[in-house]
Design a protein around this ligand. Structure first.
Ligand SMILES: [Zn+2]
Ligand SMILES: [Zn+2]
Length: 333
């Protein structure tokens, strides 16, 4: 049986911390439930899920929709879009049956790419490799939130969409459009119906095409994510800073993390600390400031009235001094 392979490639970088990653996960559960109810999709549909953060990972290898379980997704530091394309290329190479003289292979795959940030690796190299192997595979790219570089997504595919909110409701609606798109392509493969796969046309407005204005390149990172450690509980959290109109960075939120992020520190390290505003309180213990350990480079929470610190990572203890040369770069862990 010829299969219609659907690859869902999702961003699990630290900027997805908080509700977004849960909402995306729940959206994928809904997608799978809906696809399992369509007899034609059951017959030919196959799906794979690839995640990318600091590295890319096959979450679900290409399988029939009936055999898939949606795994929980772990956040990882970085937005390695290039690695995602490398992995996508090798998964399509190894899992999709090619048509030869002897066998009729699978249908042409469809790719859905969902991202909320700006790539932190050499995405062009990975993308070029994919396109060299698969010039005509169609990619639908959805940029979520306010920090997407649409000029990049536009280079990848004309089928680029915006979804501003990253709530459970928005992700639910997005995956409804993805479901409708997959069902339409499936029906057209099976009985020659016309394809209606444009996510914006399938949406009630939640998912739309980006405006020309939104497609201008973003020069500087609009947001910087800095990992920190709670001095009292030794648990991890993530400070999200957002670029302001005046060029400074304002800390907008502190996300608690369940475990230390793996991978590089994403886009941290590109901005001088002097431009960083005060941190949000530690989500674990409420300490209202942060201090940088000169020995191991860990950023940890501290009470702003405290004069001494003990680094929760390496144990270094000492008097806190005000220093202007504290650079975010050195907080790379
Ligand atoms: Zn704390
Ligand atoms: Zn330390």
């Amino acid at each position: 049986m010829r299969r219609l392979p659907v690859f869902v490639v999702v961003d699990v970088s630290e900027s997805m911390a908080g509700n977004a990653i849960t909402a995306m996960h729940d959206g994928m559960l809904m997608l799978l439930q809906a696809l399992k109810k369509d007899p034609m999709v059951i017959e030919i549909g196959a799906m794979s899920i690839i995640s990318f953060g600091g590295k890319a990972k096959v979450e679900v290898p290409l399988s029939s929709v009936l055999d898939i379980r949606i795994p929980s997704l772990d956040l990882s530091s970085g937005t390695s879009l290039g690695k995602a394309f490398d992995l996508l290329t090798s998964e399509v190479n190894s899992k999709v049956t090619k048509t030869t003289r002897e066998i009729r292979g699978d249908y042409k795959p469809i790719v859905f790419l969902i991202t909320d940030g700006q790539p932190t690796d050499d995405w062009r190299a990975g993308y070029a490799k994919f396109r060299k192997c698969y010039p005509s595979v169609s990619i639908h790219a959805v940029g979520c939130g306010d920090d997407v570089d649409f000029s990049i997504l536009k280079e990848i595919t004309p089928n680029t969409y915006v979804m501003r909110d990253m709530t459970a409701e928005s992700f639910g609606k997005l995956f409804q459009c993805v479901t409708a798109s997959v069902r339409s392509v499936t029906a057209s493969m099976m009985n020659g119906d016309g394809v209606k796969d444009d996510l914006a046309e399938l949406s009630d407005g939640e998912v739309r095409k980006p405006t020309e204005d939104e497609c201008r390149p973003i020069g500087e990172s609009r947001q910087v994510m800095i990992p920190a450690m709670c001095a009292n509980t030794k648990r991890y959290y993530l400070l999200r800073y957002r670029l302001q109109e005046n060029g400074s960075y304002l800390c907008s939120v502190a996300h608690p993390l369940e475990r230390k992020l793996d991978g590089d520190c994403g886009n941290a390290g590109q901005v001088a600390a002097s431009r960083m505003g005060a941190a949000k309180p530690c989500p674990h213990c409420g300490n209202d400031s942060v201090v940088f350990c000169p020995k191991c480079g860990t950023l940890s929470c501290v009470d702003s009235k405290s004069e001494i610190m003990t680094c929760p990572n390496c144990g270094l203890s000492g008097k806190i001094v005000q220093s202007n040369d504290f650079s975010v770069n050195r907080s790379r862990g």
